[in-house]
Write a protein that binds this ligand. Structure first.
Ligand code: NDP
Length: 398
């Protein structure tokens, strides 16, 4: 029985609140807070349970966070605001003695740069305070790391090649929309690609490398190599990995829109002067694009995300292994009012929180998800709406 504070009430925060509320035996009290109280109140009203309430906080402000945490005294904060707020929330956790979980690594607002160094630098302070921080507990990062840990624990003596494959074969009927926060999403995919090979990072042009991969129950989809943050922790925690890559599918329409957005300067993240006012073009674009939370109603099709791994099995023989989840946009919407991209992020965040609160994932310090026991997490994930499958010694295509 524990109290949690959820910060962020977007697509992901809404799913986390719904899923936590389904487990009152673990989450006895749930507070959901962002800068806009009315949005949090609307989610509380939809859930309609007496142990769920709304509050307000600007998570860029450590004093406001400290005031919120001191008032509610939660055991754990689930951070599903934006990556910009990770460090202020971790600072407030240290001040107030609150454990921490998030789904995305810290990013500074003025430069799109993805690495764990800023958050890993908090390790000793969390250890000394006896507090657990769980980093990157969405789907990818998140389940992708747990799948890899599960493969290492049960099937491989040595993992050599890891490909994380992320397909969204859904159709929302809009000409262009992003599936999660547009600013964060566009910053991520317009960057150079990067993958790990033989101890070094190899940089590619943005979306330069692509190939058709076949996804279960979906078929062939063009898949593009991107840099994704979990690659950094996975190659550190599983040093036998010789090559680690991340692939994501995009449709031609999406890529054409993205190219135009970049060509006309709307993907810029630096401030420009507009009629005497400072604006960031990408933030302005976010304001006019469809809200990812509103995509769910007409969203059809499935997502499919998994890990394709090859190496040596426990007896030293060659093994190829694929572990994945498919999630239906319609089913996610029916249960939580949100589409599958928010659902596949919010469910693992709730399961990670449950793992901590039930004593299965308690480890003072700052930890990525693959540093914990994958078994209880994956058992719970399957019960909570994200069942997974595995195949052995099939052609991995990668
Ligand atoms: P949204 O933009 O829909 O929601 C973000 C929420 O954060 C809003 O409710 C916003 O509310 C709140 N917020 C923003 N700034 C602040 C602030 N300063 N203080 C308090 N609250 C704030 O994003 P999503 O729900 O789509 O994504 C949430 C997080 O999940 C992101 O960090 C994203 O990177 C991550 N993510 C992770 C994935 C994974 O698989 N690991 C996949 C998809 C997303 P308000 O404006 O009212 O403050």
């Amino acid at each position: 029985m524990a109290k949690v504070v959820i910060i962020g009430c977007g697509g992901v925060g809404t799913v986390v609140a719904h899923k936590c509320a389904q487990h009152p035996d673990v989450f006895s009290e749930i507070v959901i807070a962002s800068r806009t109280r009315s949005k949090c109140e609307a989610v509380v009203e939809t859930i309609g349970k007496p142990n769920v309430s709304a509050d307000v906080v600007d998570a860029d402000s450590v004093p406001q966070l400290v005031e919120l945490f001191n008032r509610h005294k939660p055991q754990l904060v689930i951070n599903v605001a934006l990556p910009y707020q990770d460090l202020t929330i971790m600072d407030a956790c240290l001040i107030c003695g609150v454990n921490y979980l998030d789904t995305a690594n810290y990013e500074p607002k003025d430069v799109a740069h993805f690495e764990y160094s800023w958050q890993w630098a908090y390790k000793q302070r969390f250890e000394e305070a006896g507090l657990t921080a769980i980093l990157g507990c969405g789907f990818d990062p998140g389940v992708s790391g747990v799948f890899t840990a599960y493969a290492a624990k049960h099937h491989f003596s040595e993992m050599e090649y890891l490909d994380i494959v992320d397909c969204n074969a859904g159709d929302h009927g809009k000409a262009f929309a992003t599936n999660f926060n547009p600013e964060i999403n566009i910053r991520e995919i317009t960057q150079n690609g990067r993958y790990y090979q033989d101890g070094k990072w190899v940089t590619t042009g943005p979306l330069e490398i692509h190939k058709t991969l076949t996804y279960p129950n979906i078929g062939g989809r063009e898949s593009y190599l991107l840099y994704h943050e979990e690659l950094e922790s996975l190659v550190k925690n599983f040093p036998s990995i010789k090559r680690a890559r991340f692939w994501m599918t995009f449709g031609q329409e999406y890529l054409t829109h993205l190219r135009v957005i970049q060509d006309i300067g709307m993907a810029r993240i630096d401030e420009i002067d507009y009629n005497g006012q400072k604006i960031v073009p990408l933030q302005f674009l976010k304001a006019v694009l469809p809200n990812p939370q509103d995509l769910g109603e007409n969203y059809h099709g499935e997502t499919s995300i998994g890990c394709r791994i090859s190496g040596k099995d426990k007896e030293g023989k060659p093994l190829t292994y694929y572990i994945w989840n498919n999630c239906s946009h319609e089913a996610a919407y029916k249960e939580t009012g949100m589409q599958a991209v928010s659902y596949t992020t919010g469910v693992p965040a709730m399961v990670g929180a449950m793992m901590f609160l039930t004593g299965k994932w308690v480890k003072p310090g700052v930890n990525n998800v693959e540093e914990f026991d994958p078994d209880p997490f994956l058992a719970e994930l399957a019960k909570d709406g994200l069942p997974w499958n595995e195949t052995f010694n099939q052609d991995l295509e990668v």
